[in-house]
Design a protein around this ligand. Structure first.
Ligand code: SF4
Length: 553
C-alpha cells in the first residue's frame, strides 16, 4: 500500500473548519478514498509499477499488464496507451476506455529545463527512430513525446535515457509533472536570476519521492528568472518568478493556483521574496498544502486552483508559513510586468559573447530523424546545447557568432527556422486525435495546414502586427495547448454542418498571458468546422487588421 499520508506537524495550526461534506482533504481527516483513482493509489504506490514494467510486463507482453496498472499507475512512468487508429472523435465520449486503447504507448520524457548536449539530442532522436516509428514531438511542457512505443522496448529506452541523464518518471499522473524552466537560464543578458540550481534540487529531492507521488491530481511547476516570464507562470499550479527585493536583491515571488482546462484560473501572486537556495523548501511547502488540503472527492475539483480560489492568497500564505515553513516569508512587491517576447525565437546575445538561437518546428511536430539532423548541426558548429520551450520551440545555446549566419541557413534547410513566419512562430497544437484518447478532432496536421495557408494569405503579418497573432489548437476541452490564453484559441468539438456532426472548434478570442493576461472570450456563435478553419481565421484577421489601432493586439 502507498505510504502517503498527512505528515505536516504544524507549529501553529491555522483554523480551518472541517466542511460538512468531506472533500477528501487528508489534513481534515478525510483519508478514505472517495473515488476509484484515490482507491487505486491507496492500493499500491504508483511508483511500484516501474519494477513490474522492467521485470514482468516487458518480458511477458501487453496482455500480461494488470488493467489497474495499464490505465492508472503507468502514467507515473510517463506512459499512456495511445488511441486506437481509425476511431473518430464522435466515439470519444461513448466508448469505454479499453475500447479506445491501442496496444502501443505514448512515452513522455521530461527535460525539466535542462541543457541538452548534442549527444543527448542525438540520443533522443535515435530513440524515436529505433522505437517510436520516427516520432518525437516537442510539447508545451518542455517534454519530448514519443508514440508507437511497445512495452517490450521500454527497458531499453529507459536505459538509453538514463545514460543521457533523462527519464520519464512522473511525466504523467497525479504527481509533480515536468517542470518548465527558463530556456535561456544562465545565459541571457537581461536575466534577473538563474534558477537552474533550484530546479535541479527540486528534482533531486522530490521526483520519485513517495511522499510527493500522490497528489489529488497533476501538479505543474514553472520557474524563471527571465524578465519575459518565459515559462507561462500564469497557467501553472506553482510558479517561481524572478523579482528584485530593494534590500535583498534578486530572488523569486511565488505564484499559485494557475490552470486552464474547464474552470480556467490565472495563478495568483503571493507577493513574497524567496532567495534561490530556499526555493526547494518553498516548493515543498506548496506541494504539501496541495497533497494535504487538496480536494480529492471530485476529479474535476482536484486541482490546486480550486483550493486557492476558496482560500484566497492571504490564507494560503498563512498556512504555508504557519504549518509548513515555521517562519514568516519576506514580503515583496510582485515582479515587474513581463517584457519582451517569451519564445526566444531568432538570434540573441548571451552574456559570454556567444549567441542563443530560437528555432521553430511547426506546432511542435518534430521527428527522431530531425533531432538527429539537429544534433549533426550542433556537432558541426560546436553548439553547446539545446533547451526546449513551453511554446513548442527549441533554443540553441552557446553559438559562436562567427558561424551564426551559416548555421541559420543550414537550420532553414532542415525545417527548423530561426526566422519563421509570424504564423509558424505563434501557432501551437496539442497531440489531438492521432494519438490522444480524449481527442475529438485532429490538431497537429490541421495546425500545419492552417499555418501553410495563412502564410500565403497574410505574408506580411510580421510587419503589420509585430507581436504576431497566437493560434492555439486543442483537440478537446482539456486545453493542453492553452486554449484560453491565445489570441485565437480553438477547442476541439463536434459541430453541426448541413445537418451532420463534423470535426470543428469552439472559438475563444482575445486571450493572452504576460502583461495583458486574461482569458479569451468564448463566443457562442463562433463555432467553426475544421474544413472551414482557414476561412474563419482569415475573416477574423482581416477584420482585426482593418480596425486595428496602433499597438493593439
Ligand atoms: Fe488530448 Fe484534449 Fe489534451 Fe489535446 S487538449 S492532448 S485532445 S486531452
Amino acid at each position: 500500500m502507498s505510504d502517503l499520508r498527512y505528515t505536516a506537524q504544524p507549529a501553529t495550526r491555522t483554523e480551518i473548519p472541517r466542511p460538512k461534506r468531506g472533500e477528501g482533504q487528508w489534513a481534515l481527516g478525510y483519508t478514505e478514498p472517495l473515488n476509484k483513482n484515490e482507491q487505486s493509489k491507496k492500493d499500491d504506490s504508483p511508483l511500484n509499477v516501474r519494477d513490474r514494467i522492467l521485470h514482468t510486463y516487458s518480458k511477458r507482453g501487453f496482455d500480461s499488464i494488470d488493467p489497474a496498472d495499464l490505465r492508472g499507475r503507468f502514467r507515473w512512468m510517463g506512459l499512456y496507451t495511445q488511441r486506437r487508429p481509425g476511431i473518430d472523435g464522435g466515439k470519444t465520449a461513448v466508448l469505454e476506455e479499453e475500447e479506445l486503447d491501442d496496444r502501443y504507448f505514448m512515452l513522455r520524457v521530461r527535460s525539466d529545463g535542462k541543457l541538452l548536449t548534442p549527444a543527448t539530442v542525438r540520443a533522443l532522436g535515435t530513440i524515436g527512430v529505433d522505437f517510436a516509428r520516427d516520432t518525437a514531438d516537442v510539447t508545451d511542457r518542455e517534454n519530448i513525446q514519443y508514440h508507437w512505443i511497445r512495452i517490450e522496448d521500454v527497458p531499453a529506452i529507459w536505459e538509453r535515457l538514463d545514460a543521457s541523464g533523462l527519464h520519464s518518471l512522473e511525466a504523467c499522473g497525479d504527481s509533480p509533472r515536468p517542470f518548465l524552466g527558463s530556456p535561456v537560464a544562465g545565459v541571457a543578458q537581461d536575466e534577473i536570476i538563474d534558477g537552474t540550481s533550484a530546479l535541479e534540487e527540486i528534482e533531486r529531492r522530490y521526483i520519485g519521492n513517495p511522499d510527493f507521488a500522490n497528489f489529488p491530481r497533476k501538479f505543474k511547476t514553472a520557474l524563471t528568472g527571465h524578465p519575459s516570464h518565459d515559462v507561462s507562470p500564469e497557467t501553472n499550479d506553482v510558479a517561481f518568478v524572478g523579482t528584485v527585493h530593494p534590500e535583498h536583491g534578486p530572488g523569486f515571488d511565488v505564484w499559485v493556483g494557475g490552470g486552464l482546462s474547464t474552470n480556467p484560473m490565472l495563478a495568483q501572486k503571493l507577493g513574497v521574496w524567496i532567495p534561490l537556495d530556499e526555493v526547494p523548501d518553498a516548493w515543498q511547502a506548496v506541494a504539501s498544502i496541495f497533497r494535504d488540503y487538496g480536494y480529492r472527492r471530485l476529479r474535476s475539483r482536484a486541482r490546486l486552483k480550486f483550493l486557492v480560489a476558496d482560500w484566497g492568497v492571504d490564507k494560503f500564505r498563512e498556512v504555508m508559513e504557519n504549518e509548513y515553513l515555521g517562519r514568516e516569508l519576506v514580503r515583496c512587491e510582485s515582479p515587474a510586468s513581463p517584457t519582451g517576447h517569451r519564445d526566444h525565437i531568432g538570434v540573441h546575445d548571451q552574456r559570454d559573447g556567444n549567441k542563443y538561437v530560437g528555432i521553430a518546428p511547426t506546432a511542435g511536430r518534430v521527428s527522431g530523424t530531425l533531432l538527429v539532423q539537429l544534433a549533426d548541426l550542433m556537432d558541426e558548429y560546436a553548439v553547446e546545447g539545446a533547451r526546449l520551450t513551453p511554446y513548442q520551440k527549441i533554443v540553441l545555446i552557446g553559438v559562436d557568432p562567427a558561424v551564426v549566419d551559416e548555421l541559420l541557413d543550414r537550420l532553414d534547410a532542415i525545417g527548423l527556422s530561426a526566422r519563421p513566419s509570424a504564423w509558424r512562430r505563434n501557432t501551437m497544437a496539442c497531440t489531438g486525435i492521432e494519438f490522444c484518447k480524449l481527442a475529438i478532432v485532429d490538431t497537429k496536421n490541421r495546425a500545419r495546414d492552417l499555418v501553410t495557408e495563412l502564410e500565403k494569405r497574410f505574408p506580411d503579418l510580421d510587419a503589420q502586427v509585430p507581436d504576431g497573432i497566437t493560434v492555439n489548437v486543442n483537440g478537446c476541452p482539456n486545453a493542453c495547448a492553452r486554449t484560453q490564453v491565445a489570441d485565437i484559441g480553438l477547442k476541439g468539438q463536434l459541430v453541426m454542418h448541413d445537418g451532420e456532426q463534423v470535426e470543428g472548434f469552439q472559438v475563444h478570442l482575445g486571450g493572452a498571458t504576460g502583461l495583458e493576461a486574461n482569458f479569451g472570450r468564448k463566443l457562442r456563435a463562433h463555432k467553426v468546422t475544421s474544413a472551414g478553419l482557414d476561412d474563419y481565421v482569415t475573416a477574423v484577421v482581416t477584420n482585426f487588421l482593418a480596425d486595428r489601432e496602433e499597438g493593439e493586439r
